[in-house]
Design a protein around this ligand. Structure first.
Ligand code: BTN
Length: 254
């Protein structure tokens, strides 16, 4: 383990990052191990403003019930408890904040694959999951690959970590604290600015892709991303807007 990542450093370093968020976040909780920080946040009834992270997440969840690999001591798993009315803005802000944070550590282009993947060289380095269980809180879950050096066979061609991109002296804690302050700063940026930051990193625009929305597949050429309406897809029967919170990309058959 990177010495900067020593467990005793996490609470103070995160509290310092929390203080730099101008009140968006108010406290942090570091769990030694948990199944999923999303589920931990629900179980603990963590209030708006709470950040829950863990030194090891064993049973993380992705979108549409997919699994997120055990982080072991290598990945970041964090849930930011936001006011529910920020959930929609978070669909663009979170991937932009993650991409800008990661780009500050490496010399590779960091892309965003709408709606929730952050990618480098077509491989996933981070994922975003936004869930709402009541009218008050949105749980913004972020998983980031930091120090993994190898992957299970099924992920080997699809996943990548910061260390595999040459940033092998970067600690999880350094990334997490920078992500926290970057995320808060992004919520203070105008929507137009975030939308253009998103578009400049978007890797899907112009491609033909298949999406799953409301239980049905939608296929077409990907057009613009709009903060409120989601993604515009030009289908055979005309344009359709797909909302980020309820749509996912169907991976091409291998
Ligand atoms: C995806 O790519 O489908 C989203 C992955 C989100 C994973 C993160 S890790 C922290 C938080 N806790 C979870 O159980 N999931 C999210």
């Amino acid at each position: 383990m990177n010495a900067q990542d020593a467990p005793h450093r996490w609470p103070d370093a995160l509290d310092e990052a929390v203080r730099a968020t101008n009140g968006l976040f108010t406290r942090s909780i570091v769990l030694a191990e948990t199944d999923s920080t999303q589920d931990a946040a629900r179980r603990m009834r963590a209030g708006v403003g709470t950040i829950i992270t863990t030194l090891r997440q064993t049973k993380g969840r992705g979108r549409l019930g997919r699994a997120w690999a055990d982080t072991a001591e290598h990945g970041i798993a964090v849930t930011f408890c936001l006011p529910a009315d920020l959930a929609l803005r978070a669909t663009l802000i979170a991937p932009v904040a993650v991409a800008e944070t990661l780009a500050s550590f490496i010399n590779y282009p960091v892309g965003i694959k709408w709606p929730n993947d952050v990618v480098v060289d077509s491989r996933k380095i981070a994922g975003v999951l936004i869930e709402r269980f009541d009218d008050a809180i949105a749980h913004l879950g972020i998983g980031i690959n930091i120090a993994q050096t190898d992957w299970p066979a099924e992920l080997a061609h699809r996943a990548i970590s910061l260390h595999q991109l040459g940033a092998n002296d970067v600690s999880r804690l350094a990334v997490l604290t920078r992500l926290t302050t970057t995320l808060a700063a992004c919520f203070n940026r105008p929507d137009d600015d975030i939308a253009s930051a998103f578009r400049s990193r978007d890797v899907l625009t112009g491609s033909v892709a298949t999406f799953l929305h409301d239980g049905r597949e939608v296929r077409g050429r990907v057009g613009e991303v709009d903060p409120a309406r989601g993604l515009r897809v030009e289908t055979e029967s005309g344009p359709i807007w797909l909302p980020a919170l309820t749509t996912s990309v169907v991976p091409p058959a291998e």
